[in-house]
Design a protein. Structure first.
Length: 235
């Protein structure tokens, strides 16, 4: 078995820590240091580390943890009360990049489907990076942080729907839209249901449980959400 991935992980930790310290000193988000470390170690500069199955798994696991922790620190009532505001912000966040991307791509390509695809790609948001930055600045629980997170979620939903339309090569019926919306609604209903019924259970045993039991409860809830979000049912 090739254990080179252990050296890769060690280098990633070392360089991310180093660049994060540098960006922290100049009052920039530490996440920026991680991005710079990836550029330096990756094919763009020194090509020391190449993508492999283990690193991709750890990266996906890290994103799931970040989003899970963000959900734990988000007020569900505040999140639901600002739905209209999130939809407006997200709609503008999709329409403006889509139009600008389409017009920019049209300067280099004549195929409208390719231009639309380019515009749709740049509508996608990096919610995990945004969440990490907000958590670092302790702004995630504020009204602004909740608005950014909510708009990012809605933005991604609209972006996925539009990309589905583009990649379908025109074979996109009303039934496809309905099925996609139903899947999204079912996902959110199950996620909110797990959150509502799992939190009281955790609170009930918190006073009686040991620290190991609390860790078990945390990972039970985490694995439930991870399985729910990664299930092929939503594909």
């Amino acid at each position: 078995m090739n254990y080179k991935f252990l050296l890769d992980i060690g280098l990633i930790i070392l360089f991310v820590k180093l660049f994060s310290m540098i960006t922290g000193k100049i009052h920039m988000p530490k996440m920026l240091g991680g991005l710079i470390a990836g550029v330096v170690l990756g094919p763009a500069v020194f090509n020391i580390i190449q993508s492999n199955t283990i690193l991709e798994f750890l990266a996906n696991l890290g994103i799931i943890f970040i989003m899970f922790l963000a959900g734990m620190e988000t007020s569900l009532k505040k999140f639901m009360s600002g739905t209209k505001k999130f939809v407006i912000i997200a709609s503008l966040g999709v329409i403006i990049p889509l139009l600008l991307g389409f017009l920019f791509s049209k300067c280099y390509a004549l195929d409208n489907s390719l231009n639309l695809f380019f515009g749709a790609v740049i509508t996608a948001t990096s919610v995990s990076i945004t969440v990490e930055s907000l958590m670092e600045m302790k702004k995630l629980k504020t009204n602004v942080g909740t608005a950014i997170l909510g708009a990012g979620v809605v933005d991604d939903i609209i972006g996925v729907m539009f990309l589905t339309f583009i990649l379908s090569n025109g074979d996109f019926s009303f039934a496809t839209i309905v099925v996609l919306l139903v899947k999204v609604l079912i996902f959110f209903a199950l996620a909110i249901g797990i959150r509502i019924y799992h939190v009281p259970i955790i609170r009930m045993v918190r006073s009686q449980a040991s620290s190991k039991r609390r860790i078990t409860n945390f990972f039970t809830c985490f694995c439930s959400f991870a399985f729910l979000s990664c299930s092929n049912v939503w594909c």
